[in-house]
Design a protein around this ligand. Structure first.
Ligand code: ZN
Length: 416
């Protein structure tokens, strides 16, 4: 039995994932469901642009309009609640756009885009349109696409939950196959002994992080290796002819390689995050702007950035599970200020040691930054206690659009 992921959704939900095993014809039917979900989403966006939809409720109503339209016979094949789920997704992107406009953020406001067909896509069901077998080893999709029954790989854990705890089921298509994700209403809580330790973490280019005790975690070596491999495959892809069979093959290979990298990375950061949370009573991290991080084109940098983003998500998840506050602070000046006296000591990126001219304090550059992060977090904690909830950083995704932790052991080769 393969072990299958748990992923952070928020503190009240967990997600399990298992691979779906079926026939080629069944996968084709899932493709149709996925395509229809995309169609619903894009139609809602179109109707919103045309001024036909002005609220979430309008979006729900529009689902019925789509299903009743004889021009789109496929729309009514998708389960009605699934249609609504896709309408919710569309509306979420519209709302995000409104929110960005209202908060007057700089640059792009994220005007809702029409989504194109691509390999990574999904269809989302709520509590109908699917059925689990009594032994919970099979799932059957019962809506108009008649995809039928699929064997689930690695679902042993589903036995621990009541059926009514499963709030959504999402069919995800990836380069290496089809998966079902189960969103389960379950609060996970673990007991943890107090350690009497608090920690601040500084992300660096040279190390994955440096903590406020001067301890460094190196970037895992496999990231470099994977990077080389991906580059090689990208070159191969670019040498193939457009619309050729070889190109499709090369694209699939590259997609699988990317999946492998992200799974390995996720596995690594997940374990690291759990260790950090288990051995500390408070964790302070920088609030790096994800938007700015993702934009860079350097592959090595983007891989380590992605690792950091996932690491932070896992820290926050395990933080709620073990009752350890994870506090994010503004990263400005954390590397420039002296953690001992607070004075500013200007240094360039190449200066690796912090030497304070004011108080004589000498420390590793990153350790000094980590100490500043911890101090800022404690200050923030004092200011926010009694006012608002702490441990709020990063948005909780409205729908399930996280890539989940590795499902290990694909036993047979399947074609996407
Ligand atoms: Zn100083």
């Amino acid at each position: 039995m393969c072990y299958n992921l748990i992923v952070s959704y928020n503190d009240k939900m967990i997600i399990y994932e298992s691979k779906l095993e079926g026939t080629k014809d069944q996968y084709e039917r899932l493709n149709n469901a996925i395509r229809t979900g995309l169609f619903v989403r894009n139609s809602i966006i179109r109707a919103w642009i045309d001024g036909l939809i002005k609220s979430r409720n309008d979006a729900y109503k529009y689902c019925k309009v789509l299903a009743d339209n004889p021009e789109f016979p496929w729309a009514r094949l998708l389960n009605s609640q699934a249609r609504q789920a896709h309408a919710e997704r569309a509306w979420a992107s519209i709302e995000r756009f409104y929110r960005n406009c209202a908060s007057k953020i700089q640059g792009s406001k994220g005007f809702p885009k029409f989504k194109k067909q691509q390999t990574k896509a999904s269809a989302e069901y709520k509590i109908s349109g699917w059925k689990l077998s009594d032994d919970r080893r099979y799932i059957e999709f019962t809506d108009g696409f008649k995809a039928g029954s699929f064997k689930l790989w690695g679902t042993r854990n589903l036995h621990y939950y009541q059926l009514d705890q499963i709030k959504r089921v999402k069919v995800v298509r990836r380069h290496d196959g089809y998966y079902a994700q189960f969103l389960i209403d379950h609060k996970r809580e673990e007991n943890k002994e107090l350690s009497g330790r608090q920690i601040g973490l500084d992300v660096g280019l040279n190390h994955f992080y440096t903590d406020s005790n001067g301890f460094k975690i190196d970037n895992p070596r496999f990231l470099r290796k994977d990077e080389r491999k991906i580059k090689q495959m990208q070159r191969r892809l670019s040498k193939t002819q457009k619309h050729s069979k070889n190109r499709a093959k090369a694209r699939n290979k590259l997609g699988r390689a990317h999946l492998k990298v992200s799974r390995r990375r996720n596995d690594w950061v997940c374990k690291l995050a759990q260790r950090v949370i288990q051995s500390n009573d408070l964790v302070a991290i920088e609030n790096l702007k994800v938007r700015n991080m993702i934009k860079n084109h350097c592959l090595a940098k983007s891989i380590s950035d992605a690792a950091w983003v996932r690491f932070r998500e896992w820290l926050e998840y395990f933080g709620t599970v073990y009752g350890v506050p994870v506090i994010t602070v503004n990263p400005n000046y954390t590397s420039q200020n002296c953690s001992n006296c607070g004075e500013t000591v200007v240094k360039t990126l190449s200066t690796r040691t912090h030497k304070c001219l004011h108080c004589g304090y000498v420390a590793d550059r990153d350790e000094n930054a980590a100490l500043n992060i911890l101090k800022l977090a404690l200050k923030e904690l004092v200011n926010t206690v009694g006012h608002t909830e702490i441990n709020v950083s990063g948005e909780i995704p409205l729908c399930l659009n996280v890539e989940t932790q590795s499902s290990k052991g694909t036993r047979r080769k399947r074609k996407a």
